[in-house]
Design a protein around this ligand. Structure first.
Ligand code: GRF
Length: 208
C-alpha cells in the first residue's frame, strides 16, 4: 500500500489546499499532517483547522533572518514526519537550507506552462504577452524561482475575451486537478528523477 505524510505551505486563500484535503487527504494512506503559513490571516489556515489538521505560522518578523525562519519551519515539519512538502500559493522563496532538508520532496504549483512566465503574476504576464495558450505546471522545487524539474503540465487556452477573471477561473480549476494528481502519483511511488538527466521526471505507468 502507498502512504505519504504531507505538509502544505500556503500564504493565501488556500483553494489548492482545499482540493488536496477534499480529494487525497485520508485516502490511500496519504495524510495532510501539517499546514504552515507566513501569514497569520491566511484563509488556508482556517481550512486546515476545519479539516482537523495542525497549523503553524512562521512570520519573517519573528526571526532574525529568512534562514532562521525556514530552519524553524523545517524543524516543525521534520518533527511531524513530513515526507512531502507541497507549496500551494506559498509566496515566500524558500532558502537553500530548507530545500536541502527535503531533497526532491518539495513540489509547487505554478499558473503557467513553465519555463514561460515564472515568478509573480504569471497569469498577468501571459495576458500581457498575448499568448493564446497558457496553463499549469506542477514541479519539484529547487533553489531557483520556478526552475525545478517538471512533473505535470496541462495547457489552458486563453479565452477569446482575454478576460482575466475567466482565465484565472480556468487555470484554478486545472490546478485543483493537477496538484492532487501529483501528490497521488508521488504517494504511489510512480515519480522519480531520471538518474541520467536530473531535469527529467519519469512517471511510471499505473500497476495493472
Ligand atoms: C495559485 O494560482 C497557484 O498557482 C499560485 O498561487 C495561487 C494560490 O491559490 N502559486 P490558492 O491560495 O490555492 O487559492
Amino acid at each position: 500500500m502507498s502512504g505519504l505524510r504531507v505538509a502544505v505551505l500556503a500564504s493565501g486563500t488556500g483553494t489548492n489546499l482545499q482540493a488536496i484535503l477534499d480529494t487525497v487527504h485520508g485516502r490511500d494512506g496519504i495524510e495532510v499532517v501539517a499546514v504552515g503559513s507566513d501569514k497569520p490571516t491566511a484563509r488556508a489556515l482556517a481550512r486546515a483547522r476545519d479539516a482537523g489538521v495542525e497549523t503553524a505560522v512562521f512570520r519573517a518578523a519573528d526571526y532574525p533572518d529568512r534562514a532562521a525562519r525556514d530552519e524553524a519551519m523545517a524543524d516543525w515539519l521534520a518533527e511531524r514526519g513530513v515526507e512531502l512538502v507541497v507549496l500551494a500559493g506559498y509566496m515566500q522563496l524558500l532558502t537553500p537550507g530548507f530545500i536541502r532538508r527535503f531533497p526532491n520532496r518539495i513540489i509547487n504549483v505554478h499558473p503557467a506552462l513553465l519555463p514561460s512566465f515564472p515568478g509573480l503574476d504569471a497569469i498577468g504576464q501571459a495576458l500581457a504577452h498575448g499568448v493564446r495558450v497558457t496553463g499549469v505546471t506542477v514541479h519539484f522545487v529547487d533553489e531557483g524561482v520556478d526552475t525545478g524539474p517538471i512533473i505535470l503540465q496541462r495547457a489552458v487556452p486563453v479565452p477569446d475575451s482575454r478576460d482575466r477573471a475567466e482565465l484565472e477561473e480556468a487555470i484554478h480549476a486545472v490546478e485543483h486537478e493537477l496538484l492532487p494528481e501529483a501528490v497521488r502519483l508521488i504517494a504511489a511511488g510512480r515519480v522519480t528523477i531520471d538518474p541520467a538527466n536530473p531535469r527529467l521526471v519519469l512517471i511510471a505507468p499505473a500497476a495493472k
